[in-house]
Design a protein around this ligand. Structure first.
Ligand code: TZP
Ligand code: MG
Length: 214
């Protein structure tokens, strides 16, 4: 039976997020800085290239003990041997995905409000992403920002391992300490940093990731 991994710093990236820099470089630096799980999120890449990219990431992450999650696509996650799949509100239902992927792979989902939080089935879903906590430029048409208080409420309501997401930086990560989430999910503050590893370290420190009881 699967166990939820260390969610303390959850890096999300796709080809567009590391423009100009090979994603291997960003990921290796970020993992050295304390990223504990990586999600491949590529809205504009064809399935064939997504599988190839996911396999490259998996080869990089597996020896380092860092799980790989694929966003949106159950087929890509399966083909690449990923550790899990992240399914938003418009993606395949968790029940259908679970039938396809079996009991070993992780399923994560996103919740933005109390209605969506009420729809999460803890028998099928292993963790949730809650947000956007702050304004974000990394998502097309984001839901309204809910702030750290909104994150705390939804995290309490869902009662599953959780990460906060949306506009999180080294400067504001401390505001998520005490909200009950297990970690922080980040795109731009790590992917666009000159030194992704240093950015990851700063976010961890600011959130107090290393003081959390596992
Ligand atoms: N879902 C809610 S906000 C968001 C996603 C995928 C984008 C987070 O990116 P950033 O750059 O860390 O704000
Ligand atoms: Mg999705």
């Amino acid at each position: 039976m699967r166990a939820c991994p260390d969610l303390s710093l959850y890096l999300i990236l796709g080809a567009a997020d590391t423009a100009g820099t090979p994603f291997e470089e960003v990921v290796l630096s970020a993992v050295a800085g304390g990223v504990s799980v990586v999600q491949l999120r590529d809205k504009h890449t064809c399935a064939r290239d997504q599988v190839a990219n996911a396999k490259r990431l998996k080869a990089l992450l597996a020896p380092r003990g860092v799980p790989l999650i694929v966003n949106d696509r159950v087929d890509v996650a399966l083909a690449a041997g990923a550790d899990g799949v992240h399914l938003g509100q418009d993606d395949m239902h968790a029940a259908d995905a679970r039938r396809l992927i079996g009991e070993e792979m992780l399923i994560g989902t996103s919740v933005h409000n109390a209605h969506e939080a009420a729809g999460v089935d803890p028998e099928l879903v292993d963790y949730v992403g809650i947000g956007p906590v702050f304004g974000t430029g990394s998502k097309a048409d984001p839901d309204p920002a809910i702030g750290p208080e909104g994150v705390a409420e939804l995290s309490r309501q869902v009662g599953l391992p959780a990460v906060a997401i949306g506009g999180i930086t080294g400067a504001n990560a401390g505001q998520l300490a005490g909200t009950g989430v297990d970690g922080l999910a980040v795109i731009s503050a790590i992917c666009h940093a000159d030194d992704p590893g240093a950015a990851a370290q700063r976010i961890r420190r600011s959130f107090g990731a290393d003081n959390l009881v596992a």
